[in-house]
Design a protein around this ligand. Structure first.
Ligand SMILES: [Zn+2]
Length: 92
């Protein structure tokens, strides 16, 4: 998996608050809002029409994980639609 140009965290099932830590190690706790108008860079990374959430405070981006998978590191095994095409290296 090539690294993303855009930092996007995985939103755990049911997660509604940002768990990004600031420089002091304090959790942001900002509200995660559905982001309907991702900018061009994000759209390029994730594809169009992808569900994206954004923290109201620190603007960290989140995308929902398909579900609680016990296999850590295998988060991308569910591909209901081909939204992951944007990750391929030749898309730059
Ligand atoms: Zn935040």
């Amino acid at each position: 998996m090539s690294p993303l140009a855009v930092k996007i965290k995985d939103k755990k099932p049911g997660q509604r608050a940002c768990d990004e830590k600031d420089q002091k190690g304090e959790v942001c706790c900002g509200h995660l809002k559905r982001w309907y108008t991702p900018d061009e860079e994000v759209t390029k990374e994730l594809g169009k029409g992808v569900e994206i959430y954004r923290c109201e405070r620190c603007r960290t981006l989140y995308r929902p994980v398909p579900g609680d998978r016990s296999t850590a590191g295998q988060r991308y095994e569910l591909h209901p639609v081909n939204i992951l095409g944007g990750f391929s290296r030749d898309n730059k």
